[in-house]
Design a protein around this ligand. Sequence first.
Ligand SMILES: [Zn+2]
Length: 249
Amino acid sequence: MEKDISILAKIAYVDKILDEFEDELGDLPKAINSQEVVVSEKKDRITETEGILNDIKVFVSTAKSTLVALKEKEDKLSQQQFLVRNNKEFDAISTEIKSLKSEHEKLSVKMRTEGIKEGNLLSILDDQKKELEDAIERLAEVHRQYDELTEEQSEDVQNYNKIRKQLRTKINDTLYDRYAVIRARIPDAAVQVKRGSCQGCYRQIPSQLIVDMRNQLDRIFQCENCGRILIPDWVEFDEDDLLADKTED
Ligand SMILES: [Zn+2]
């Protein structure tokens, strides 16, 4: 029967490969996420600019009719001025006309200012739309990179996950749990012993321990320095056989 430590060696091997696949994706998932934020911010700024532009539009159209109304009132008063009976009435109408003219002037100035503001905002809006387009294009680009990589990987990842699942059913739970706990801290939780050293921390292993490892095949050893599970040098497996195993069922 296959020793637990041999099964663990295979699991550790598979995990290393799966970790490498994940490393290949690198910062892409994070890059997608932050680019999505960028796109959303650019959209918000456009909405904001469009809101201000809309306010200006409403103001201008109201102001236009107000200007017409003011002018009409003024004309009406000018005509009334011919019909006055005394100077007092004439002066009163003059004052009113003056105030209407000043209101008209003020509103015209405000309209011109708003017109300039509108022009500036339209050019800002143009820039913002271009920026949004670029941001969307960049997002599509990282998505493409991510999709390409995951597509390339997907078959292999599925295979290795399948192999791992089978190995998991074969291994003793206590050992597997110990491995999982260490792996939460250290990705390579089980390492080979090579030339008398732990391949995790490269510390020399006491020679008595090496002898014990060769004689006590069912005992699990951990590196006294780094705590990794040690895979004795007698454990060997063919990587191609491991891959071929999964086709059996
Ligand atoms: Zn070590």
